[in-house]
Design a binder for this molecule. Structure first.
Ligand SMILES: Nc1nc2c(c(=O)[nH]1)N[C@H]1C(S)=C(S)[C@@H](COP(=O)(O)O)O[C@H]1N2
Ligand SMILES: [Mo]
Length: 425
């Protein structure tokens, strides 16, 4: 299992067999062991046992690539469509992905009224209200403005809400926590456009409205939009996919997904929020006291172990790499602690570069599993010092009538057969 490593290197740093994260940077720690081969066939020799793809010229060039047919099971999980039609979600299969970028075709979806088929030549973005000069932009004109790119997660405020259930639900991690994805978004800083329209002195809010049939709209504080919002036109290098807002969407870094209005067509500058259905009846949380939390915009720090996770299987006592994702709407992830003994002891995971604000951070932790039952947990701390809470603490603070902003520590139980289940521990 380990070459060049001393016995001391392999001494667990916490209960349940967690190893020092720095081991991942040393050579010698062999995780899943490869099978050794005895044959030695030269490169230009034809071996009758060669697979068919090695015996003739391969397939043609393609104008737009698609994943291997062997990966056809890596798909978004479509959540039961609610009434009215077009109101629903599809989840990102987080357990099947690596690194920090979500492929555009697997970015989660949340539509309130379906995906509009917008002709970019006819689409307009209007900025009006408390401005010196109302403006109307075509997509063509927006493409000529100075742009910026940022790697940012978008997370629905309702992500992980099954965590409020009395009993832990058993689903793959993506079908539970997959209303979060991370892309490189490129577009025009909103401050440039607002500045061009000239904001009146008394302005403090902006109503952002989409061009879907339901004209989804939300009220946003002007200060945040001036600070770091953008009108995005590109996602992971190509124009935004229809599902994610083509031809353009608002991106509000670190805030709940509903604020990143897709198919953006109007920014109405005002001095008061509009208090529409989507910010009062919904996206507002009732507390145990009977009072409600409103405008809970920021997404608090959160983390998940994506491997091993429910639906996957461990193959006996061996050394494994625990892998996961962490993110915070308040800035960068400062550290992720991992426990293999249900939270009795913790060790710090390795954070893979880059570690960017309001972006997925990939963490890794070497683990010598002894084949006995274990409970895995991860706990994120962000650069503001905010620590992801245990479930008990979150439920105590927010009660059980909540629906949004569930960010408690997640626990996976590993049994002797290597089966993994979701537990409250
Ligand atoms: N116009 C419009 N914008 C919208 C929505 C919508 O239904 N219509 N859904 C919102 C919600 S609730 C979320 S979580 C995000 C989801 O973005 P995505 O579908 O690109 O993942 O878009 C937001 N913007
Ligand atoms: Mo959402």
């Amino acid at each position: 299992m380990a070459r060049n490593l001393s016995e001391n290197d392999l001494k667990p740093v916490a209960g349940g067999g967690l190893l020092d994260r720095r081991l991942l940077l040393k050579s010698g720690l062999v995780l899943a062991t490869a099978q050794s081969v005895s044959t030695s066939v030269g490169a230009d020799e034809v071996d009758p046992s060669d697979p068919p793809w090695q015996r003739k010229t391969g397939g043609p060039f393609t104008t737009y690539g698609t994943p291997s047919p062997f990966e056809k099971y890596v798909i978004r999980n479509i959540g039961g469509n609610r009434t009215p039609a077009g109101d629903g979600v599809s989840w990102t299969p987080l357990e099947d992905l690596e690194g920090i970028i979500t492929p555009s075709g697997l970015h989660f979806e949340r539509h309130h009224d379906g995906v509009p088929a917008i002709d970019p030549a006819l689409h307009r973005l209007v900025i009006h209200g408390l401005v010196r000069q109302p403006l109307e932009f075509t997509v063509e004109s927006l493409l000529r403005y100075p742009m910026q790119s940022r790697f940012l997660f978008i997370e629905c405020g309702g992500n992980s809400n099954a965590g409020w259930h009395e009993e832990p639900i058993q689903r793959p991690v993506g079908a539970f926590h997959g209303l979060v994805s991370c892309s490189e978004w490129t577009g025009v800083p909103l401050a440039i456009l607002l500045n061009e329209a000239g904001i009146d002195a008394g302005a403090s809010w902006v109503i952002a409205e989409g061009a879907d049939a339901g004209l989804l709209n939300v009220s946003l504080p002007l200060s945040k939009l001036v600070d770091d919002a953008m009108v995005a036109l590109y996602q992971n290098g190509e124009r935004i996919r229809p599902e994610n807002g083509y031809p353009l969407r608002l991106i509000v870094p670190g805030w709940e997904g509903i604020t990143s209005v897709k198919w953006l067509r109007r920014l109405h500058v005002t001095d008061t929020p509009s208090m529409t259905r989507n910010e009062t009846a919904k996206y507002t949380e009732l507390l145990p006291s009977g009072k409600a939390r409103m405008f809970t915009f920021v997404m608090d720090a959160k983390s998940l172990i994506t491997s091993p996770s429910p639906g996957q299987k461990m193959y006996g006592a061996d050394t494994y790499e625990i892998r996961g994702l962490a993110w915070s709407g308040r800035g960068r992830i400062a550290k992720v602690d991992v426990s293999a003994d249900g939270g009795k002891s913790w060790a710090e995971a390795h954070l893979q570069d880059p570690v960017l604000p309001q972006c997925f951070t990939r963490f890794r932790m070497p683990w010598a599993w002894n084949g006995k039952p274990a409970v895995l947990k991860s706990r994120a701390t962000d650069e503001t010092g905010y620590v992801q809470p245990e479930r008990e603490v979150l439920v105590k603070e927010r009660g059980r009538d909540g629906y949004f902003h569930y960010n408690a520590i997640v626990s996976w139980a590993v049994d002797e057969d290597g089966e993994i289940t979701h537990v409250y521990a």
